[in-house]
Design a protein around this ligand. Structure first.
Ligand code: UD1
Length: 427
């Protein structure tokens, strides 16, 4: 189903069970390359990016099997050190496999990684840190070959708290000789999750969750069972959707402790929030109160991955507002499509100026990347009339089933056939 159809304009009501975290599952899957034993990953999201990572892992010899949302991996036999171009160029987090492969096999050949079209995404910080540990890189055409006689612990200072570079450095350091001190680490909860998993498999990592991580190299990791936490970005998507469309929604298993910036923004915007041990209830009626201005930033600031979704919501707020993107340049691509639906968004450099109180109207729009795609679905939910969002595959990279989830909140949404059957049933 490449196109999502939505009859918008209604409030949301119901419950969504929040899926496992994409950005935690992917580096943990890469980390499995380091493990000489069987790993059982529970609550793994069944999304396209995880599927791509399964294929990359299989291509180097990892045995991978799904049992519903449990992923079983066995990396005892690594047979290949060259990654398949097809998946690597599609998915940025494939770069994480580099650190793990260097750690385990001391060599890897891969193409420059791809991923969502959200601006420049170089890998210089990854390469620099891996070189400091002892890796030697050779470049030819668009391929990178890296090998290391040995990896030796050292002091590494990241000039910017890059999530991926922090993860990659930890992965390469786990089986290195001696102690690696990493300064300037990113502190995203997904890094904590990956380090927690590695310690569960026998690694010796300290300073987890801080900007200074210490990795004491060990000889070998052993198999273990790990539960992937819920996805704070997916939870944030449905939370912001409820703010924008209004209604009464319960986000079951939302990772409340990781969502402080989003929850405090929701309070400023007028939402009623009740957090309990199991999740978050959001009650929203009336117009949203727009914050005067807002920036994205590194954790714990407001996440860049929710910026597009918030952009769509702000079109319905009580006044004009601005939103500044501080992590990725070029992440306002969705503004043009939102404007076609009646939004008035002007982008200047890395700031979007959003006119409030706009009534969006349904039309045909096209997703260009994952979070922008989800923002278009939200726009369709808020809009009057009928919307078709093309290029669903981008959204499926990070959402298990956005149609299923919005349906459970009472939205008329589906594939063409599903949608028509639903509408006929109602009339
Ligand atoms: C991860 C997340 C992504 C999220 C992002 C920021 C995964 C799989 N993806 O991406 O969803 O949006 O964190 O929270 O976890 N940079 C460099 N050189 C490098 C590496 C990064 O200049 O070598 C720059 C990037 O271009 C970007 C910024 O650093 O401007 C942040 O990137 P980074 O934190 O590395 O994000 P990712 O790990 O790619």
């Amino acid at each position: 189903m490449e196109c999502i159809q939505i009859q918008g304009g209604n409030k949301l009501s119901g419950e969504v069970d929040i899926q496992g975290s994409k950005n935690a599952a992917l580096p943990i899957m890469a980390a499995c390359i380091l493990v000489q034993g069987i790993v059982v990953l529970e609550n793994c999201p069944r999304i396209l990016d995880v599927e791509f990572m399964c294929r990359i892992l299989r291509s180097v010899g990892v045995w991978v099997k799904w049992e519903k949302n449990v992923l079983v991996l066995d990396a005892r036999q690594i047979t290949e050190s060259r990654l398949p171009r097809e998946y690597v160029t599609r998915m940025r987090s494939s770069v994480m496999v580099a650190g793990a492969m260097l750690g385990r096999c001391r060599e890897i050949t891969f193409h420059y990684p791809g991923g969502c079209v959200i601006g420049d995404r170089p890998i210089d910080l990854h390469v620099k840190a891996l070189k400091q540990l002892g890796a030697v890189f050779t470049e030819s055409d668009d391929m990178l070959y890296a090998h290391a006689e040995r990896l030796t612990g050292c002091r590494i200072s990241l000039p910017f708290p890059s999530v991926g570079a922090t993860e990659n450095t930890v992965l390469a350091a786990v089986l290195a000789e001696g102690v690696t001190e990493i300064y300037g680490c990113a502190r995203e909860p997904e890094i904590e999750a990956m380090c927690g998993f590695l310690n569960c498999a026998g690694a010796k990592i300290k300073g987890i969750g801080s900007s200074h991580i210490t990795v004491e190299g060990v000889k070998q990791l052993h198999g273990c069972t790990w539960k992937v936490a819920s996805d704070r970005i997916v939870a944030g998507t449905y939370l912001i959707s409820t703010l924008a469309a209004g209604g009464d929604v319960y986000l079951k298993h939302a990772p409340v402790g990781q969502m402080e910036s989003v929850l405090s923004l929701a309070r400023v915007m007028g939402a009623g929030l009740i957090c309990d041990n199991e999740g978050i209830r959001i009650v929203q009626s009336g117009l949203l109160t727009a914050p005067d201005s807002l920036n994205t930033g590194v954790y714990p600031a407001f996440p860049t991955d929710l910026q597009s979704i918030l952009l769509a919501a702000l079109c319905r707020a009580d006044k004009d507002s601005s939103l500044t993107e501080r992590i990725f340049n070029g992440r306002f691509g969705v503004a043009e499509e939102l404007n076609r639906m009646g939004a008035r968004i002007r982008v200047e450099n890395n700031t979007a100026y959003v006119t409030g109180k706009r009534q969006l109207h349904g039309c045909n729009v096209t997703a260009q990347e994952l979070r922008g795609g989800a923002a278009l679905v939200l726009a369709g939910v808020m809009a009057s009339g009928y919307t078709q969002v093309y290029n669903r595959h981008f959204i499926d990279r990070g959402y298990e089933d956005i149609v299923r989830d919005f349906k459970s909140l009472g939205v008329s949404i589906g594939s063409k056939e599903e949608f028509q059957t639903d509408e006929r049933r109602k009339s």
